[in-house]
Every structure is written in C-alpha cells, then in structure tokens.
Ligand binder design. Structure first.
Ligand code: AMP
Ligand code: ZN
Length: 469
C-alpha cells in the first residue's frame, strides 16, 4: 500500500484513489518567462517519479501540469525585449520542454496553458459571483470573498484572523476590496498588456483561478493528488481550494503533496544573490541524468542543498549504476544460452529482496533516498555475482531487475541509449535550422536519416517531438 504524506491532514495516509486503478494528478507548473531553474526542476523530477511509481504499480495516471503564460513577469520580460508576451511564453515553453526531455520527464497527459483556458476561468468566476463567493469592485476587478469560505486556512493550517493577504496578487487598485484577505480573480487591463473581454471589464485572470479551472476541465471536480513546491501551500493552493470547493461544491483534492526547497550552497536561490542556476546551464556541464539522480538522492520533503561537489559525487554514483548495466551488456555478448544453473536460480531468488526493499521505500511516501540505496544493493550484488561463467538467462534477469527499478526513478542507464538521445537532439536542431533557412531538401534528408536510426519525428504546435519507432 502506498502511503502519502498529506499536507492537508499533516499525516501519512494510505493512498486510495477516487476511481480504482486511476490516479488523477495535477502539478502546478512554471511561469514561463525565462529558462527554468534547478529549483523548478525539483517538483518536475519528484512528481514525475511519483507518477512512474504509480505506473509501475499498475495504475493508469492522468497527469496534468500547466504553463502559466500570462503573468506580470512575462509582461515585464516582453517589454524589456521589446516583444510580445506570446513570443516570450512560446519561446520558454519550448525551452522548458527540451529541459524536461533531457531530465527524462514523461510528457504530461495534458499541458494546458492559461491563455487557452480563459473561457473556463470566466465561467468559474461567474459561478463564484452567482453563489456569493465573489464580487466585482467599482473598477471592474473581481475579488474572491475569502471569509465566506468556511474552510479557508485548512491546508496551510492558518487561522483566518492571523492571515495577511497573499503576496502574489498585484494590487491594481487602491482599496476596493471588502476585506484585505480577498484575492483577485480578474483584474482590469493596463495599456500594452494582454487582455480579454469579460462581463466585468477587459482584463486578465488572477493567478490562482487558472489551476482550479484546468484541474476541473481535465480531471474533474475531485482529484486524487495536487502537488507543487512548498511555497505554493499559501496562498496559491489555499486559494485554489477556496475557488474550486465553493464553485464545484465538492472536495477538490484528497492528497496534497509539497516538495521542500532546493538551496544553493545552503542559501536560498535567488537572482539578487547571483546564485541562480538554470537547468540549461547545468546541462552544459553534466548529463541531466546526473541532475535527476541528485534530486532523487533526498526524500522530497527534505530540504536539499545544491553544490558542485555534491553534483560530482552524484555523477560518480550514477555512473556506478551505468557501469553495472554496461558490464551486463558486455557479459551478455559472450554468455551461454543454456539456462539457469540451480545456483543461479537461488541467487535470483535472493536478489528479489532488493526489489522488495525498493518498493518498501517507495511505498513510504516515495522515499527515493532509500530506494536508491536498494538499487545500489542490487548493483553490488550484480558486481559480485555476474561473471564470464554466468548464463545469458541469469544476466538478462539481473538486467531486467535493474532496469525495472531504474525506470521508476527515470534514470537511463544504458550508455548507448543515453548517447543516442544526444545525437538525436543534435540532428533535430540541425533539421530545424535547415527548415528555418528554407533548405527543405536538407531537412528531409535529416528526417530520413533519423528514421533510419529508428527515430520518428512529429511536428507539433509546440515544436518537434520524437519517439523511437
Ligand atoms: P514558479 O514558476 O515560481 O511558479 O515555480 C514552479 C514550481 O517550482 C513550483 O512548484 C514551485 O514551488 C517550484 N519551485 C520554485 N523554486 C523552487 C526551489 N528553489 N526548490 C524547489 N521547488 C521550487
Ligand atoms: Zn497552481
């Protein structure tokens, strides 16, 4: 039984899905105004691993993660670069997807974008107004009437009277709110900003409403797991609960999961301190598999400190796993195909304990740190027991076991597969450059060459995707 620490109840609870066999999961995604930083990568890697473990356990997982593509920071970046918000967010969504592919994060079932969900947001805001949970102020701003929602504060365990209003809503008005706790659902446009018409004013949505709406549209009124970094507990997730539960009249999410923060050299990561690292920057020094391994070396609710020394030791550890796989591949080339010896049979039975140890760790609120220890125990076992005399069956069984566990962690351990990815990315870039230069002959040649390597390309609205065919 999988146990999850639920921020809502502050307890580890048995996971029981709304619908048997199906996990409906929503993870708050990044605001796209720059390359993602390694802090953003932590929830991506952690919750991708949660998803993979559910898949391993035989669940179907519907995984929704948004891109916030309308926001003050995007508008500011657009002004600085003398371009539009659309251009900024389109660019950084594409870059973010490249980073995610590098970190071996499975593509979401749906990746909704705020700007494509405006109708749903308007409709939920109308419902909230109709039910008395929201009101329009004189200048057209629509506010949520926080004190009316009786459960307010239940996620962050704050008392409503001690609360101050959330910091991520920019106050576009003077004091037109009925109460300082009220937060923005819709705000009037400012000159040069993206805006949409609405019954209240031409404007744009507040930040919190997008997640309530996307979760409802793609997963339904009640979902299993809602996740994000711990900074989102208040006000973002508290506000999402207030919006969704008031509008839908149903529990919003049964389990709330929050990852602790990633620090750098034991300091908070911030642009002003100049200790801000992007995933892209890291990818120039390390295989992103090393970053993934590093992130999983701690249980997700523990703070994690980034340093290059720690990355170097993560690299060495990750390579120990890759080397075990390489050793098996090499031994298999000359191994005899004459079945398991009784000694090997006994050894395989013994090796089952590593999988059990792994599952126990993952069942306990996704303790990837202990799960990695189990993988290393298996690696040690492989190094001790696999040799030139081993049968092909024995080596293959060990290989399958190692692959099964490392797949849950999303770690690519086959050196050839890992370098194939890099070659493919390189060729795709060349093909895109050729297309941009209208050299379609060359672009087609590259496509065919990739096809020859067993790689099929798909041109999508969000750029080129590829799959092994
Ligand atoms: P944002 O773009 O700031 O909304 O962040 C996207 C996701 O990254 C959210 O789930 C944040 O909680 C998470 N996040 C941001 N910074 C960090 C950090 N330093 N460590 C861990 N998670 C973070
Ligand atoms: Zn959200």
């Amino acid at each position: 039984m999988i146990k999850i620490y639920n921020t809502l109840t502050r307890k580890k609870e048995d996971f029981v899905p709304v619908e048997p066999g199906l996990v409906k999961m929503y993870v708050c995604g990044p605001t796209v105004y720059n390359y993602i930083h390694i802090g953003n990568a932590r929830p991506m890697i952690v919750f991708d691993t949660v998803r993979r473990y559910f898949l391993y356990k035989g669940y179907e997982v519907r995984y929704v993660s948004n891109f916030t593509d309308v926001d003050d920071k995007i508008i500011k970046e657009a002004i600085e670069e003398n371009t539009t918000s659309e251009e900024i967010s389109r660019r950084y969504i594409a870059e973010c997807k490249k980073d995610m592919a590098g970190m071996n994060i499975l593509p979401a079932t749906v990746n909704p974008k705020a700007t494509e969900e405006i109708d749903g947001m308007k409709s939920m805001i109308s419902t909230l107004i109709d039910k008395g949970y929201a009101y329009r102020a004189e200048d057209g701003t629509v506010y949520y009437r926080t004190r009316k929602f009786k459960g307010y504060g239940k996620l962050s365990h704050k008392n409503i009277d001690d609360l101050e209003s959330g910091h991520r809503d920019i106050k576009v008005t003077g004091d037109l709110k009925e109460d300082p706790l009220d937060f923005v659902l819709w705000k009037p446009k400012k000159e040069g900003e993206p805006s949409w018409d609405s019954p209240w004013c031409d404007g744009r949505p507040g930040w919190h409403i997008e997640c309530s709406v996307m979760a409802k549209r793609y997963l339904g009124d009640t979902i299993d797991i809602h996740a994000g970094g711990e900074d989102l507990i208040f006000p973002h997730h508290e506000n999402e609960i207030a919006q969704s539960e008031a509008a839908n009249g149903a529990d919003f999410a049964h389990y709330w999961m929050h990852n602790a923060f990633l620090k750098i050299n034991n300091q908070k990561m911030s642009k002003s301190l100049g200790n801000f690292l992007t995933v892209r920057g890291i990818s120039e020094k390390y295989d992103l598999q090393v970053l993934r391994f590093f992130m999983l070396s701690a249980q997700y609710r523990n703070p994690l400190n980034f340093s290059f020394d720690l990355m170097d030791s993560a690299k060495a550890s990750y390579e120990r796993i890759v080397n075990a796989e390489t050793k098996l591949i090499d031994l298999l080339k000359d191994a005899d195909d004459d079945g398991l010896t009784s000694n090997e049979e006994a050894k395989l039975e013994e090796s089952d304990k590593f999988r059990i140890e792994f599952e126990e760790a993952m069942d306990d609120d996704f303790n990837t740190a202990d799960a990695i220890t189990a993988v290393f125990d298996l690696v040690k076992f492989i190094n001790t027991n696999a040799n030139e005399d081993s049968s092909a069956q024995f080596l293959t069984a060990l290989q399958e076991e190692l692959k099964k566990l490392t797949d849950v962690l999303g770690l690519i351990i086959d050196r050839n597969a890992a370098s194939l990815d890099e070659d493919v990315e390189e060729l795709i870039k060349e093909r895109e450059a050729a297309r941009a230069a209208k050299d379609f002959k060359k672009a087609d040649e590259i496509r065919d060459r990739l096809l020859g390597m067993g790689i099929r390309l798909k041109d999508t609205r969000d750029g080129v995707r590829w799959e092994k065919s």
